[in-house]
Design a protein around this ligand. Structure first.
Ligand SMILES: [Zn+2]
Length: 674
């Protein structure tokens, strides 16, 4: 253990993770030992005899566990990007220990007494904004977990949390069970009319796996969505749609209706114990939106504005259905006929665009944007240790000065989870007057180069790269005192602003023209292809907006005490989403029993944040469009917003950047809803 590299100060360049010296057997003992030393540091703070003040309590607490952070950041990045059975097993073993360590802190009464004394006795006006924010955040990390309650109420809170945890697991199990229980088995190839060969191939493989003849479609999205989009057999579409809409809502033991009622009731009860009217009010205390009313008016305002356009979307699709003799379209017809319309209006294939988007060129373009906006340059470093040979490490420089490290890891491998994400190996913070710079990482699953072609990206992957790069810039630009308020440590409904903001550049023709060149011939992407990309981005936007709003409103309704115990889930749901419905509703189906985002998932009273972030990024980018998409003065203001992380209220940061609160007009305009 003494020579465990995770338990020594790193002696590597820039204090980077010494991956080559760390054996996978080192992680578990290092994390367990670091938890013990972090506990000791915390107990020292809790048991000190001198009077608690901001520095000896709040700042001291912030600075505990640095070694643990470094070890867990390295470890959890590996379990996402380069895992194996051994690391998975270690993860299972240490996750509960880490959870318990977190509970030990928030339940430590001596420690809370000190934190409370500082909170009660400090004149917050005398603190800097950042210090005040740290104090507030620290205090609430205890009170939001019940630290102010008497013993009986604490006991009740723990009982509620335990019951909720069990209900969430049961909810997910029921959805999984019902998703897997259903499959559509087809043996007559005519019934697959319209479905592309690649999808048919997957369905044939699924059938084979089940030792069946023909083709099998399931309620898993990669099977369900293409079926609804391409299958021309209306009866079969209806069958699939009904199966999906009755998931965990059938007359059997896997029905989630009672579980929903219990979850909703317990969440409100928990919120009331902690002094809030509703669960939504509790959740929104730590969000940019702030209050349930703000979210309701945000959603309803968008609803009023988008609804006429959603109506137009439906009108545009109807003639396609009319050609097949359908006079009344049903929900299970929409995807199919919308796709027919899309093909007619904008058809281009991903394949024909890919040669214009080599990974190398797209990455250079992202770097170029960061140079123009913030004066950043990226120099590849071969002397920094990495966890896999495919990883590239860059030193990020600002006017020639070291700013950050950026690790990139682009291609799929066994042991890497699906998707794309930004993460860090080290946060940014001030230490003894020195600015300790961050180590950021982007991990994706883009197709690999082959022997004769470089890695070529679909347009969707191009926007993904810019999205993750936007998160990375949030981390790279960080310039705060405290790590827990640094970079992407911001409120949930604010964290997607920097990432979605960068995606906007992918739709700027002038900018695209600087890099969208054929990898072989160097020929610029033809104008008409560009136009199709830009125009098709808004296809069915009105319809999609209504769909998102229906989920957002339903989530808020459940979590603001609007449901009565005697209401049926189906009737309640239908009454809430009525205004957003564009097709006739069907009796006997409901979304709520499989609405995993908000019941077991972390999105309760948070689903609105998808649209909220879009409003922010469109409004922010509109400012750039007004002044020039690389305008220096505008970029300097946005840089300030990025650099401040979570050290100020996000609304204040936004107003400082934009000169006013965010407005939805830019989003409506961008989405063609004006
Ligand atoms: Zn994101």
């Amino acid at each position: 253990m003494n020579n465990n590299p995770l338990l020594q100060p790193f002696t590597t360049k820039f204090d980077s993770v010494p991956f080559e010296n760390i054996k996978q057997e080192d992680y578990k003992p290092a994390i367990l030992a670091s938890i013990e030393s972090a506990k000791q540091e915390i107990n020292e703070i809790a048991n000190r005899s001198n009077a608690p003040d901001f520095n000896n309590t709040i700042v001291a607490l912030e600075q505990t566990g640095k070694q643990l952070n470094r070890a867990t950041e390295a470890f959890f990045n590996l379990t996402s990007a380069e895992t194996n059975d051994y690391l998975e097993k270690v993860q299972e073993e240490i996750s509960p220990v880490l959870a318990e360590y977190g509970n030990d802190i928030t339940l430590n009464e001596n420690l809370f007494a000190k934190v409370k004394a500082v909170y009660d006795n400090t004149d917050k006006d005398l603190l800097s904004k950042e210090d005040a924010r740290l104090l507030d955040k620290t205090y609430k990390s205890f009170t939001r977990n019940g630290a102010l309650l008497n013993e009986a109420d604490k006991e009740q809170l723990r009982a509620i949390d335990k019951e909720l945890a069990g209900l969430k697991v049961k909810f997910s199990q029921n959805v999984l069970q019902e998703t897997n229980a259903y499959f559509l088995h087809l043996t007559d190839e005519q019934e697959l009319a319209g479905i592309p060969d690649s999808i048919k191939g997957q369905a044939a493989a699924e059938a084979k796996k089940r030792e069946l003849e023909g083709w099998v479609f399931t309620l898993q999205y990669p099977s369900f969505v293409p079926f609804m989009t391409y299958a021309s057999n209306r009866e079969r579409r209806k069958e699939m749609y009904m199966a999906n809409g009755t998931k965990a809502y059938q007359n059997n033991e896997f029905n989630n209706e009672d579980i929903i009622k219990k979850i909703v009731m317990l969440r409100d009860e928990r919120a009331r114990l902690l002094g809030f009217d509703t669960h939504a009010a509790f959740m929104l205390e730590e969000r940019m939106a702030g209050k349930p009313d703000a979210v309701f008016s945000f959603l309803n305002d968008l609803l009023q504005k988008a609804k006429p356009f959603a109506g137009k979307d439906i009108e545009a699709v109807k003639p396609m259905a009319g050609k097949d003799g359908i006079t009344e379209m049903m929900p299970y017809d929409h995807s199919y006929y919308a796709e027919k319309l899309r093909e007619e209006k904008y058809d281009y294939s991903e394949e024909e665009l890919k040669p214009y988007f080599s990974l190398e060129a797209v990455l250079e373009a992202a770097f170029d944007a960061a140079r123009k906006l913030y004066g950043l340059t990226f120099a590849q470093r071969k002397d920094i240790q990495k966890y896999h040979e495919e990883v590239t490490v860059y030193e990020v420089l600002e006017n020639g000065q070291h700013k950050a490290l950026l690790y990139t890891d682009w291609h799929p491998r066994d042991g890497k989870r699906a998707g794309a994400w930004m993460t860090s190996y080290k946060g940014q913070y001030m230490e003894k007057g020195e600015n300790s710079r961050p180590h950021i990482s982007i991990v994706c699953n883009f197709s690999r180069p082959t022997e004769d072609t470089p890695s070529l990206l679909t347009f969707n992957e191009v926007t993904t790269l810019f999205h993750e790069f936007g998160h990375a810039l949030h981390g790279i630009m960080a310039d705060t005192k405290y790590e827990s308020l640094s970079g992407t440590n911001v409120y949930w409904d604010f964290v997607e602003l920097p990432s979605q903001f960068m995606e906007n550049y992918c739709y700027q023709k002038d900018f695209l023209a600087t890099f969208a060149k054929h990898y072989k011939t160097g020929e610029l992407i033809p104008e008409e292809k560009l136009d199709k990309i830009v125009a098709s981005a808004n296809f069915m936007e009105g319809y999609q907006t209504m769909r998102q709003l229906s989920f957002g409103l339903l989530d808020m309704a459940y979590h603001s005490g609007k449901m009565k115990q005697e209401d049926s889930v189906e009737a309640f749901e239908k009454s809430i989403i009525k205004e957003t419905q564009l097709y006739p509703t069907i009796a006997g189906i409901a979304q709520s029993p499989s609405f995993s985002h908000i019941f077991p998932g972390g999105y309760s009273a948070g689903y609105y944040s998808y649209k909220w972030s879009e409003v922010l990024d469109a409004d922010a980018f509109a400012y750039f469009k007004e002044t020039g998409i690389f305008n220096e003065a505008t970029a300097a203001k946005f840089k300030t917003l990025l650099s401040k992380g979570g050290t100020e209220d996000p609304m204040d940061l936004y107003i400082a950047f934009r000169g006013r609160k965010p407005e939805p007009d830019a989003l409506l305009e961008r989405a063609g809803l004006k």
